[in-house]
Ligand binder design. Structure first.
Ligand SMILES: N[C@@H](CCC(=O)N[C@@H](CS)C(=O)NCC(=O)O)C(=O)O
Length: 205
């Protein structure tokens, strides 16, 4: 059964592309854009039949379709023989805790920033929310720093897909010019220098 990932540049779909490269699975990558008139538009009837919100990422595995970057990353881990998600009860719980924190706390102020600068229709953007997003991000980063140590990998002693989730989110914060420390950036740089990350970066160009 073939695996096809629909994505766009460094967006949340990059987490899934990187996971596919780590897992070394056969897959194809289909870039989509948000321009309604483009042939590969996320608003085309065909794409909307796979992802009703017209968002990225979407993973197609035969006739099985998954959206939501974290669910896709975990599905890819399950398809792989390598161990990208811990199996012991406590380590798995820590993995779930950290990845839930990333998608519900850490990335939300970044997405608020993106929605209110460019992603929402202009009439729904509220510029006054931007300082609040910065405040909330700083609070989430302080919580992150008390939860984990960025000197090595974030769960246990081995790389897991929690590292993909966190490194991509830190990279997103850096692209959006949110305040980060040199520890966050050097962790991001170390993760982005992995062979699979470089391969994924090469694919998105
Ligand atoms: N919770 C979803 C969020 C997906 C999402 O919002 N993706 C953004 C790109 S990072 C998107 O497609 N935005 C287009 C839009 O909001 O119309 C996930 O993690 O996959």
């Amino acid at each position: 059964m073939s695996l096809k990932l629909y994505g766009l540049g460094p967006s949340r779909s990059f987490r899934c592309l990187w996971a596919l490269c780590e897992a070394d699975l056969d897959f194809s990558y289909e870039p989509v854009v948000f321009d309604k008139d483009a042939q590969n538009s996320a608003h085309s009837k065909d794409y909307l039949s796979k992802n009703i919100q017209g968002k990225v990422p979407t993973l197609e595995h035969g006739d099985f379709i998954l959206t939501e970057s974290l669910a896709i990353v975990n599905y890819i881990a399950n398809l792989s023989d390598k161990k990208f998600v811990p199996s012991s009860a406590k380590a798995r719980a820590q993995y779930d805790e950290l990845t839930s924190f990333i998608v519900t706390e850490l990335e939300q102020p970044l997405w608020t920033n993106g929605k209110h600068r460019f992603a929402l229709p202009a009439a729904h953007r509220v510029a006054d929310i931007l300082p609040t997003a910065e405040f909330e991000f700083a609070k989430a980063v302080a919580a992150l720093d008390s939860m984990i140590n960025l000197d090595n990998v974030v769960i246990g002693d081995d790389f897991t897909f929690a590292d993909i989730m966190l490194a991509q989110t830190i990279n997103w914060a850096d692209r959006f010019e949110f305040k980060l420390s040199s520890r966050h950036l050097s962790y991001r740089d170390r993760m982005y220098s992995r062979g699979a990350a470089l391969k994924a970066l090469d694919i998105v160009g």
